[in-house]
Design a protein around this ligand. Structure first.
Ligand code: ADP
Length: 449
């Protein structure tokens, strides 16, 4: 039963989840920090309770406080959004132990996918293509480490099994650097993630970031819902995403998509999830699975014509998926720009009062946001203030709509990355499609030179 959902998040994603609950006639409970007392999600939810001061450890990450709110408000399910507790297996277990529905996979599944080595092993077993390398931790014996590295070849990348957020990884270009790099990465793994296990795989030099959206129910059905390209990144932070990934043969994407859906069936996955791949020279290489809703889910919604949050809630309450793979289509093309309160050149956060806010509209334009004129962007959380999403019949049409929509968009009072977006939509290589993950940083480095 899901009759009242507590949203353990803030910002645009909390608003997004509340909208889906409304459509389904489900009650909503918002939790918030003192800094978010007049935030949109607080005003929109049927009920809202403050769970602590601004710092996330004392509010949005306070599991006991969130569970206490669920109890006093009679919420019977918790939606974790993305970030915060969304990939915390212990939290998922606690929610279920309290007799509530966690809108996401089980803690056990999250644990497998949260360890990069066990995730890779599970994916390889399910037939998903992975980056060449051993699916096990490197031994202590230096001679064996050197031998394993020679087999993989240089450059290679050392990765902490427990790593995340772009940390705990190190590129190694030559054998002379290998053992020192391993010692440093091991130490980093131990101190940052409490896990000194390190593995090695081939370093890909010019990959694209291509991902596959999946959804699975508790009746053994799993579907893949198309591809996304998120190669425009800076410091592993995505800036613009699109669906489908341009210039890749649809049959090739379908083949990988099928493998992902099959992997979901074989591990008993439930809910929405994303398989992230590096794509280089015509091949896909699995790097990790995200066991939650992604920031960029709207581009899939626009091209697949589905409401992913609605489906997520439906499968969480035990319904079978209402469609089969043959019913899933990819129509047209979609882009998403992440609007951030940050300096467009230095990327330093720019919190403060928004004095003017004008969002674009018209056919094929969608804005997901919690902000507006008079909203004060707090300095405590990530800088995402909204997402501008556009859809068109072709990539060209969508790009033209995006350009026009960015032209209509006004945010004043704080600095935003709007100038960067306006520049990117006029970039020739991005216009052609298929740039690699280093494109944006190369472009910024070119400015500095
Ligand atoms: P995290 O969980 O920290 O995000 P990922 O495994 O998803 O780590 O990798 C993050 C990023 O690191 C990738 O998007 C890519 O830019 C880079 N990366 C990871 N593995 C490789 C690889 N084998 N070759 C080249 N770059 C890689």
């Amino acid at each position: 039963m899901v009759t009242r959902v507590l949203i353990a998040n803030r910002g645009e994603i909390a608003v997004r989840v509340i909208r889906a609950c409304r459509l389904l006639g489900i009650g909503t409970v918002a939790v918030h920090s003192q800094a978010d007392a007049d935030s949109a999600h607080v005003l929109m939810a049927d009920q809202a309770l403050c769970i602590g001061p601004a710092p996330v450890r004392k509010s949005y990450l306070d599991q006991a406080a969130i569970l206490a709110v669920a109890e006093v408000t009679g919420a019977d399910a918790i939606h974790p959004g993305y970030g915060f507790l969304s990939e915390n297996a212990d939290f998922a277990d606690r929610v279920e132990a309290a007799g509530l529905t966690f809108i996401g996979p089980t803690g056990a599944t999250m644990r497998i996918m949260g360890d990069k080595i066990s995730a890779k092993r599970a994916m390889r077993a399910a037939g998903v293509p992975c980056v060449p390398g051993l699916d096990e931790g490197l031994p202590d014996d230096p001679a064996r480490v050197v031998a394993i590295a020679r087999d993989i070849g240089y450059p290679l990348i050392l990765k902490a099994a427990g790593g995340g957020g772009g940390r705990g990884m190190r590129r190694v270009d030559r054998e002379a650097d290998l053992l020192d790099a391993l010692a440093v990465t091991r130490e980093e793994g131990r101190s940052a993630f409490g896990n000194g296990e390190i593995y090695a795989e081939r370093f890909l030099t010019h990959p694209r970031h291509v991902e596959i959206q999946v959804i699975a129910d508790t009746h053994g059905n799993a579907l893949w819902l198309g591809s996304r390209d998120c190669s425009l990144q800076r410091r592993h932070q995505k800036v613009i995403e699109e669906a489908p990934a341009p210039g890749i043969d649809a049959a090739k994407i379908a083949e990988v998509g099928e493998r992902c859906a099959q992997a979901c069936r074989s591990i008993g996955y439930r809910g929405v999830g994303t398989f992230e791949f590096l794509y280089e020279d015509g091949s896909f290489y699995f790097i990790e699975m995200n066991t939650r809703l992604q920031v960029e889910h709207p581009v899939t919604e626009m091209t697949a014509g589905l409401d992913l949050v609605e489906l997520q809630i439906r499968v969480a309450r035990g319904e079978a998926l209402p469609l089969a793979q043959a019913d899933v289509a990819c129509r047209g093309h979609a882009f998403e720009c992440r609007l951030n309160a940050e300096d467009p050149e230095t990327f330093a956060p720019s919190p403060g009062l928004i004095t003017a806010w004008q969002m674009a509209g018209g056919p094929g334009v969608r804005v997901d946001s919690h902000a507006g004129a008079g909203y004060r962007v707090p300095p405590y959380y990530d800088s995402l203030i909204g997402k501008l999403i556009v859809h068109g019949a072709t990539r060209e049409d969508a790009l033209a709509r995006l350009r026009a929509a960015l032209g209509e968009t006004v945010v004043e009072g704080i600095r935003t990355n709007l100038p960067l977006h306006r520049r990117l939509v006029d970039d020739a290589a991005f216009g052609t499609g298929g740039v690699d993950i280093h494109h944006l940083e190369r472009m910024m480095a070119g400015d500095a030179a």
